[in-house]
Design a binder for this molecule. Structure first.
Ligand SMILES: *[C@@H]1O[C@H](CO)[C@@H](O)[C@H](O)[C@H]1NC(C)=O
Ligand SMILES: *[C@@H]1O[C@H](CO)[C@@H](O)[C@H](O)[C@H]1NC(C)=O
Ligand SMILES: *[C@@H]1O[C@H](CO)[C@@H](O)[C@H](O)[C@H]1NC(C)=O
Length: 689
């Protein structure tokens, strides 16, 4: 090793004070969590001319990509002049709104493509500051281009299970921002009218959000864009409004026949301040789903929609001609061009020339998932926050490795991106927890998840080889009773493992010997006709945190509880209101707080406007163990879950991986749009006009 010159004294002093400061930082460490599927897809915004196309190469050449291929880019909209694209992007670790120039429509699709896709075009500009960290969504500009109207989750609500999403308006020249949604109320999916005077948005109504995902049961409100005044409930049951002109709104609704359909409402404004809707009329027939409509004064009589039709597994953009009275006609936009891809959330340019949407940028341009994607932390100096492409991630106690669960299988990888990715076990396993004393020992359970008490799930200790790199892996079964034993978490002294077991007919917590398993001794910790599960032992050894439905057994609602390992001190820490779901607690390195996943902030977007997320309300929070100081860490419309916390502080920067998985774009569309029984004949758009 080369000898280095002695550092100057001042440097030593500084380094000394930095070293002293390090333990305080490390006390808070790093939180890593998963976002269901998100690392596997990356969207960009594209556009096609609003004309019927055929499946020819000239049609394919007519598609232009409007966003720049970095990060995930979605929910586009055109600026009033049609010359700029507004969109949402998660680049730089938080959601923000961006603007980038769009070349004017030209008659020749080829030249347009070239103009739009020139390399070296300036990167999109953020429209809002990155702080506060919040979801920002559904951007629109007023016709003067000065006011940006959008959804943000920047302000907490004062009660659990209430959405933080609200509509704001930012005056771009001055940066001054005004909340248009009343406090205590949530608004989603805003749309600014062509004049800019009115904004329509949807709101969950006075009873708030009751856990709905497939059909939010929102109502449509209108209010003045300038200050939120004259707020009026216009339509009961509806979502995703869009203005065709100053007095015509389209929206979607799930009808009693089970199909999502698009509706038209005439809006009238009276001089005395009244606003009302008349002639609410369904414009798409049953037999297929049509949703997320988009209209524009530049394309009179046309509404772009996303559809799911019998016989097609893909979400496509179609244009419905509503000008022809009862005989509605339609033409397909995306299927002839990109048939085997999902397309989301259309928008029409104000000049009526183009329809935009987002879709996977495709395997050819797909990103390889990062090992750790940095997500902006609310206190970046004390703890950093990362998304990993896998579930149940946990760091080894030296911080060098991460174990996680793939779909399926148990994996280990070096945490610094230097590779070392290995599949340790190929069957279904969950979760992961490292022994505190014996290096390279990971506890997990093997068997089906979400299974009954009597289903066999076994807790095992996996021992990696000496340096964790060789292939000498041993797996030792620790539970013997053949029932549902899962969620092992070891005690910091290395002697015990707490886990949940269904051996009594109910899922309760037990403690067993860490090395010899239940053969070496087992003791029951909790008892009752309910489910105690997802346990985590505190690093100071004093507490076991767990999720339980004991407040309403079998009711589907879980809250977080804590108990001493000797069975005393039981208490509830966090409960997300009646029916709320709060799960997967994990202690902070100092044992004074917990990170967990919860529906505490309800949904932040209409779930139908996203790929499928089982629990789109899942966000990551922390709380002090006395139940005070709930803090939201993630702000998005995806399913975030299974967090863990390590004292090892990793700098808030993306970590790539030398051994890359393939970058293909893969996700499922919303399951409730899958069509099982309907006949596939007779209702393909464009074939029966
Ligand atoms: C933000 O993200 C973009 C795109 O991923 C990247 O090029 C840029 O360097 C990032 N900026 C900062 C300040 O990290
Ligand atoms: C593999 O592991 C077992 C049990 O841990 C040990 O007895 C054996 O010596 C190891 N073999 C090699 C080749 O390292
Ligand atoms: C149980 O454990 C807690 C925490 O270690 C301790 O404070 C308490 O005294 C113990 N109670 C009994 C009855 O041992």
């Amino acid at each position: 090793m080369a000898r280095r010159a002695a550092p100057p004294l001042l440097f030593l002093l500084l380094a000394g004070s930095l070293l002293l400061a390090t333990p305080a930082l490390a006390a808070d460490g790093t939180i890593v969590f998963t976002t269901l599927g998100r690392s596997r897809y990356a969207f960009d915004i594209f556009a096609l001319p609003i004309v019927p196309l055929s499946s020819s190469s000239s049609s394919r050449a007519a598609e232009v990509r409007l966003s720049d291929g970095a990060s995930v880019n979605y929910n586009g909209n055109f600026a009033p002049s049609s010359d700029s694209l507004l969109f949402v992007s998660e680049r730089n670790g938080s959601l923000n709104l961006y603007i980038s120039p769009v070349a004017p429509s030209a008659s020749d699709p080829g030249s347009r493509r070239e103009a739009l896709e020139v390399s070296g075009s300036p990167p999109p500009s953020p429209l809002l500051p990155l702080d506060p960290i919040a979801l920002k969504d559904r951007p629109s500009l007023t016709p003067d281009g000065e006011h940006l109207v959008y959804v943000s989750t920047a302000e907490p609500t004062d009660a659990p299970r209430r959405s933080w999403a609200a509509v704001y308006s930012t005056h771009l020249p001055s940066g001054s921002t005004r909340r248009l949604t009343p406090r205590g109320v949530a608004d989603l999916s805003p749309a600014v009218s062509p004049s800019g005077e009115w904004t329509a948005a949807v709101s969950p109504g006075p009873d708030g959000w009751g856990g709905e995902v497939e059909d939010l049961h929102t109502d449509i409100y209108v209010f003045r864009t300038s200050d939120g005044s004259r707020r009026t409930r216009l339509i009961l049951e509806g979502g995703w409004p869009t203005w065709a002109d100053e007095s015509t709104l389209f929206f979607h609704r799930r009808d009693s026949d089970g199909w999502y359909g698009v509706y038209r409402a005439k809006v009238s404004f009276t001089d005395d301040g009244g606003v009302s809707a008349a002639s609410v009329e369904r414009i798409t027939p049953p037999g297929f789903h049509a949703f997320t409509p988009a209209a524009s004064p530049g394309a009179p009589g046309l509404v772009a929609v996303a559809t799911r039709r019998p016989g097609s597994d893909y979400r496509h953009i179609e244009v419905i001609d509503v000008s022809t009275g009862g005989a509605n006609a339609c033409f397909e936009v995306t299927r002839p061009v990109t048939p085997r891809v999902h397309h989301f959330n259309p928008f029409i340019s104000p000049d009526g020339a183009r329809v935009g949407y987002h879709r996977c940028r495709g395997s050819g341009n797909g990103d390889s998932p990062l090992l750790l994607e940095n997500i902006k932390s609310p206190s970046p100096d004390t703890f950093s926050l990362f998304r990993i492409d896998g579930s149940y991630p946990s760091f080894s106690h030296d911080g060098k490795k991460i174990a996680f669960v793939g779909l399926p299988g148990l994996f280990v990888v070096n945490s610094d991106g230097s590779g070392g990715r290995r599949q340790i076990f190929s069957g279904n396993a969950f979760p992961t927890a490292w022994d505190w004393k014996r290096k390279g020992v990971i506890y997990t359970s093997i068997g089906p998840d979400f299974a009954s008490e009597r289903t066999e799930v076994d807790i095992v200790a996996v021992t990696l080889g000496e340096d964790g790199e060789d292939s000498n892996i041993s797996i030792k079964k620790l539970t013997l009773d053949g029932h549902n034993n899962a969620f092992p978490s070891p005690s910091p002294d290395g002697k015990w493992v707490v886990f949940r077991s269904g051996r009594s007919g109910h899922k309760n917590l037990y403690i067993m010997d860490a090395e010899d398993g239940e053969a070496g001794g087992i003791q029951r910790l909790t008892e009752g006709p309910w489910s105690d599960t997802m346990c985590n032992w505190s690093p100071d050894g004093e507490w076991i945190a767990f999720a339980s439905d004991r407040h309403n057994p079998g009711g589907g609602s879980f809250a977080i509880y804590m108990i001493h390992p000797n069975g005393t001190g039981l208490r509830r820490v966090v409960h997300s209101a009646d029916g709320g779901r709060t799960n997967h607690p994990w202690f902070s390195p100092d044992s004074k707080s917990l990170v967990f996943t919860s529906d505490y902030a309800a949904v932040s977007a209409e779930p139908i406007s996203n790929p499928h997320h089982y629990q789109p309300y899942g966000e990551i929070f922390t709380v002090n163990i006395d139940g005070s100081g709930i803090r939201r860490l993630t702000h998005n419309s995806f399913e975030d879950g299974t967090p863990s916390w390590t004292p090892y502080y990793r700098k808030p920067e993306d970590v790539g991986e030398t051994l890359q998985a393939s970058g293909t774009c893969a996700f499922e569309d919303c399951h409730w749009l899958n069509i099982v029984d309907a006949k596939a004949d007779g209702i393909m758009c464009g074939r029966h006009r």
